[in-house]
Design a protein around this ligand. Structure first.
Ligand SMILES: C[S@@+](CC[C@H](N)C(=O)[O-])C[C@H]1O[C@@H](n2cnc3c(N)ncnc32)[C@H](O)[C@@H]1O
Length: 217
């Protein structure tokens, strides 16, 4: 099968760690590379490729046909039209952190379903949502694709909230000493510096950003 690229490959490797899955959802699947990969690799017995738009589903059907596997394809906003499936895993990748949090909020608590989340932006908003709404972040992995850093979160609903600090929101609570994480941290640092400078210019409180700058050095 074609290379998934580092970003989706990191998701796939994380899925392999928690495999096998009885039924895996890929929400916002677009080309369905992940849904097809997990079936081809035996990571999931069934994968459900879903998207809010028909165009991506058609692209996904072409991928499935090309590689000779048969995921289900469902037109759905988040999990809305997927009520008949008993998922034990779900991926929501390549979207903003706020949208991922909104999709999870509408899905509701499902302790039997491991979540694999790859936010493109607003990672802090997504971690905040998870920690304040009874989800435990089991692990985070980091990678780079075309020089851009990405993080992948594995989470599960436990009903217990997690205490966190301001810098945890941006850096997570797993901070591996790897080149990929250092690259992620450098991006967080640059964004924190911008926010701190903005606050300095308007006379705002910079304490949180100063602390984040220190931890992301
Ligand atoms: C940038 S693509 C990401 C594709 C793939 N998951 C990846 O990571 O490469 C985002 C996809 O999410 C779909 N999408 C956006 N909002 C959605 C929602 N609320 N429910 C389901 N799919 C959604 C879009 O139509 C698009 O195909």
């Amino acid at each position: 099968m074609r290379s998934l690229g580092n970003r989706l490959q990191t998701v796939a490797e994380m899925l392999r760690t928690y495999a096998p899955f009885r039924c895996l959802a890929d929400i916002g699947s677009d080309h369905a590379y992940l849904a097809v990969y997990v079936m081809k690799e035996g990571i999931a017995s069934l994968s459900v490729s879903s998207d809010i738009n028909e165009g991506p589903l058609d692209r996904g059907r072409s991928t499935a046909e090309k590689y000779g596997v048969k995921p289900d394809f469902v037109l759905s906003d988040g999990f809305d039209k997927l009520k008949d499936y008993a998922f034990d895993g779900a991926c929501i990748c390549g979207m903003g952190g706020e949208l991922i949090a909104d999709i999870l909020l509408r899905y509701g608590p499902h302790p039997d379903c491991r979540l694999f989340l790859q936010p493109m932006t607003a990672q802090d908003d997504l971690r905040k949502f998870l920690w304040e709404n009874g989800y435990e972040i089991l692990e985070e992995r980091f990678t780079r694709e075309r020089e851009k850093p990405y993080g992948v979160i594995c989470a599960v609903y436990t009903g217990k909230n997690t205490a966190y600090t301001y810098d945890d929101l941006f850096l997570g609570q797993f901070r591996p000493d790897t080149e990929d994480f250092h690259s992620y941290k450098a991006k967080v640092h640059a964004q924190a510096r911008k926010r701190r400078d903005g606050l300095l210019a308007t006379g705002g409180d910079t304490a949180n950003e100063e602390r984040l700058l220190k931890y992301s050095e």
